[in-house]
Design a binder for this molecule. Structure first.
Ligand code: UDX
Ligand code: ADP
Length: 468
């Protein structure tokens, strides 16, 4: 079967994954028209905003959108038109952890994937390649295929591919420009292999062919969960070791450096922290736990569950260390929290450790000043309200103040807590910060960011993750 030459792509979902991914496809493939559709009017308006105030902050993204938008890249709320015109459709909708029903707290909520799939079946009048881009549990492609086949019009044929996205937020554009690999899973039938070849051709416009891996559908789906679970497990491992360092006098940075020299281990992703966040790690591991339990593999489930439990433990441990160090009480004290995003170079706050820390400080009756260079104020209030559903909004607003700069946040505080590794926190004038704070002035570095010796020389009492 000769592969279909793709000339029109539609991406359903203009979020953190669909937006940057398909913007880069448009940039690298000027001969392909790419339309990104989303039901959320405000989000689409932001993607289309004349002054490029895009809905997500990602270094390099604006330049990509500036070059491709209006040329062969379009953003729209007209989902049906997008579906009708495309030969290939990415499904890139959200798959959050279920909040109720069977598998609540573990399984992925596939409602958005199913609704998008049903829409494709209902609207399409010609054959399509449907690509699962959202991270989904194993065998979701099978469900999508069943829905599409049961609802399609005569002469409409659907091929399903799995093409999980491995970009990390904050480096999405460089990751997309030069991916370690592109993974495409397909059924090993002539039609499946041909659809896979069509998508391979799209990526081959800028990705070397030997980095485009073609595998079976289920391997592709599981590989995405496996990659995230192994990355998260590395962080929980180094964080578990950071607790030993604090108790023994070892230094976690030195330990990470030493073990990273082993070429089998490697130096990346060994940075101890106050805990991992982001939309993927926890969600994907819980998903893997749920899958393992469904397959009657309780020991496997318990193994992966511990990675998330260690992460929760790390956050609790850090809050406790703050309280313990500040003479066992932070009641009535003012704490500056620097950073609210789950990592630097993103405005995303999903599962951010800062949310848990601030909630803990609130319940100790402390006052919190928070500053983040990218997170919008509204998002901070939403996250804090969700974290403490029983606390009235006025109470939260009495205890928490959102500041416009790190300097403003630190003024009159007793302690500074670094929750996100924004580069600018290293560059602030710490002498000036010290002068403006109450004494003794504490710095709690949850990100191994600042030069502790330098700060101690200024007069700060410094507490660092993974150091005694
Ligand atoms: C992750 C995967 O890296 C990516 O491949 C996948 O597609 C989506 O999930 P992301 O969540 O965007 O990407 O960010 P990542 O850089 O992996 O960081 C996740 C969390 O781990 C952040 O909170 C980060 O601060 C933390 N982290 C990362 C550490 O605490 N230490 C490290 O050494 C690395
Ligand atoms: P991710 O981080 O996986 O990209 P996001 O939540 O950032 O997830 O983005 C998913 C997007 O998908 C949201 O903007 C949401 O409005 C959109 N979406 C969900 N369901 C549909 C649908 N059926 N049709 C169009 N867009 C959808």
């Amino acid at each position: 079967m000769a592969p279909v030459k793709v000339t029109k792509i539609c991406c359903i979902g203009a979020g953190y994954v669909g937006g940057p991914t398909c913007a880069v496809i448009a940039l690298k493939c000027p001969h392909i028209t790419v339309t990104i559709v989303d039901l959320n009017q405000a989000r689409v308006d932001a993607w289309n905003s004349p002054d490029f105030k895009l809905p997500i902050y990602e270094p390099g993204l604006e330049e990509v959108v500036r070059e491709a938008r209006g040329r062969n890249l379009f953003f729209s709320t007209d989902v049906d038109k997008g579906i009708l015109e495309a030969d290939l459709i990415f499904v890139s909708v959200n798959t959050p952890t279920k909040k109720s029903g069977v598998g609540a707290g573990f399984a992925a909520d596939l409602n958005y994937v199913e609704l998008a799939t049903r829409r494709i079946a209902q609207v399409a009048t010609s054959s399509k390649i449907v690509v699962e881009k959202s991270t989904v549990p194993c065998r979701t492609a099978e469900s999508m295929r069943t829905i599409l086949e049961a609802n399609s019009k005569p002469n409409c044929h659907f091929d399903i591919l799995s093409n999980p996205e491995f970009l990390a937020e904050g480096t999405a554009i460089t990751d997309l420009f030069a991916p370690d690999r592109v993974l495409i899973g397909s059924l090993q039938t002539p039609e499946g292999i041909s659809a896979c070849a069509s998508l391979t051709e799209v990526y081959a416009n800028w990705v070397p062919k030997d980095r485009i891996l073609n595998v079976g559908l289920w391997s592709s789906e599981l590989s995405k969960l496996a990659a995230n679970a192994m990355l998260a497990q590395r962080i929980s491992s180094i964080n578990a070791l950071s607790a030993i360092c604090e108790a023994t006098g070892a230094n976690i940075d030195e330990v990470a450096h030493a073990i990273g020299y082993d070429t089998r281990i490697g130096p990346k992703f060994l940075k101890a922290s106050v805990g991992f966040g982001g939309s993927c790690f926890q969600k994907d591991i819980l998903n893997l736990v749920y899958l393992s339990e469904s397959l009657h593999l309780p020991e496997v489930a318990a193994y992966w569950r511990q990675v998330v439990e260690m992460n929760e433990h790390q956050k609790r441990r850090f809050s406790k260390r703050v309280v313990d160090t500040m003479f066992n009480t932070i009641t009535g004290k003012r704490i500056a929290v620097l950073g609210f995003a789950f990592k630097a170079d993103t405005g995303d706050t999903r599962e951010s450790a800062a949310i848990t820390l601030i909630r803990d400080f609130q319940s100790e009756k402390a006052y919190v000043n928070v500053y983040d260079p990218q997170v919008v104020e509204e998002q901070i209030w939403t996250d804090l309200a969700e974290a403490s559903p029983l606390v009235p909004e006025e109470q939260i607003k009495k205890q928490v103040r959102i500041c416009k700069s790190a300097m403003e946040a630190c003024k009159d505080a007793e302690a500074v807590v670094i929750a996100t590794e924004w580069k600018e926190f290293n560059e602030i004038n710490w002498e000036e910060v010290y002068q403006s704070m109450n004494k003794p002035a504490f710095v709690f570095d949850g990100r191994l960011l600042v030069d502790a010796e330098k700060l101690r020389n200024i007069g700060f009492k410094v507490v660092t993750i993974g150091r005694p």
